[in-house]
Design a protein around this ligand. Structure first.
Ligand SMILES: Nc1ncnc2c1ncn2[C@@H]1O[C@H](COP(=O)(O)OP(=O)(O)O)[C@@H](O)[C@H]1O
Ligand SMILES: [Mg+2]
Length: 228
C-alpha cells in the first residue's frame, strides 16, 4: 500500500475580492508517494506546490478527488481522527521551522509523541536519540531563540521523525538556510529516506537538491509532469 496517494485532485480557491469568481490551482492530479523513495516537486512561485503538499498531508481538503493515507480517505474522518492519522503516519517540515519558542529543543521534539499518548520516558529516550543523531547533543536544553537557523531546522526534522512516520512532507525545508546549512539538511533528509526506508515528498526551488531525489515532478499550468 502506498503511504499517500492523491487521486484526481482538483483544487479551486474563491477569489474573495471579485465576489463569486474562482481560480483553479490544481487540476486532476494523480500522485503516489512510494515507500522508500524520495520525490521532489519543482515549479515557479505561486504554481501551487504548497497547496499540493498541504492537501497530501490532510491539512487542506481538495475541491475534487481524494487523498488516501495508508489506504484511508482523509475526507471520511472528522478533525480529531484526521489529526491522529496524520500524527502517526506523516512528519511535516516547513520552511520556517514553527518551533514552540518557550520550549527547549528536547521538549519541542518530544511533543508529537506526547500528543500521541506515549509515555514520557519513552518519548524522552527517542527524542534524545534523534537529537544526538542529528548532531544536537549539546543543544537539547536550548530554546529555539538560542539556536542557529540550521540547528533549528535540524530540531524540526527530529520533531518530524519523532513518531517514526512512513512519510515526511517537506515544504522548502532549506529555503531559509545559507548554502552550507542547506547542504547539510538536504543530505540528512536523503540519508534518512535511504537508510530507514521512509518516503519523502519534497517541495523545493533548488534544482540540484530536487534531482538528487528518486523522482522529480514539475508543477506547471495546474498539472504535474514527470521530469525524472
Ligand atoms: N487560501 C487561499 N485562498 C485563495 N488563494 C490561495 C490560498 N492559498 C493559496 N492561494 C493561491 O494559490 C496559488 C498557489 O499558492 P501556493 O500553493 O502557495 O504556491 P507555491 O507554494 O507554489 O508558491 C497562489 O496564487 C496563491 O495566491
Ligand atoms: Mg510554497
Amino acid at each position: 500500500m502506498q503511504p499517500i496517494e492523491l487521486i484526481s485532485i482538483t483544487k479551486r480557491f474563491r477569489t474573495a475580492e471579485k465576489g463569486e469568481g474562482e481560480i483553479t490551482i490544481l487540476s486532476n492530479i494523480d500522485l503516489g508517494v512510494v515507500q522508500g523513495q524520495s520525490t521532489a516537486i519543482i515549479g515557479k512561485s505561486g504554481s501551487g506546490k504548497s497547496t499540493l503538499l498541504h492537501i497530501a498531508g490532510g491539512l487542506d481538503s481538495p475541491s475534487e478527488g481524494k487523498v488516501l493515507c495508508n489506504g484511508t480517505d482523509f475526507a471520511t474522518l472528522d478533525d480529531r481522527h484526521r489529526s491522529a492519522l496524520r500524527n502517526l503516519h506523516i512528519g511535516f517540515i516547513f520552511q520556517s521551522n514553527l518551533l514552540l519558542e518557550d520550549f527547549t529543543a528536547l521538549e519541542n521534539v518530544m511533543a508529537p509523541a506526547l500528543i500521541a499518548g506515549k509515555k514520557e520516558k519513552e518519548c524522552k529516550d527517542r527524542a534524545v536519540e534523534l537529537l544526538n543523531r542529528l548532531g544536537l547533543a549539546d543543544r537539547m536544553n536550548h530554546i529555539p531563540g538560542k539556536l542557529s537557523g540550521g540547528e533549528k531546522q535540524r530540531v524540526a526534522i527530529c520533531r518530524a521523525l519523532m513518531n517514526s512516520p512512513e512519510v515526511i512532507l517537506a515544504d522548502e525545508p532549506t529555503g531559509a538556510l545559507d548554502e552550507e546549512n542547506a547542504g547539510e539538511v538536504e543530505q540528512l533528509l536523503l540519508d534518512l529516506v535511504r537508510e530507514e526506508g521512509r518516503s519523502l515528498l519534497l517541495v523545493t526551488h533548488n534544482q540540484d537538491f530536487a534531482y538528487r531525489c528518486d523522482n522529480v515532478y514539475l508543477l506547471k499550468n495546474h498539472v504535474l509532469t514527470k521530469e525524472k
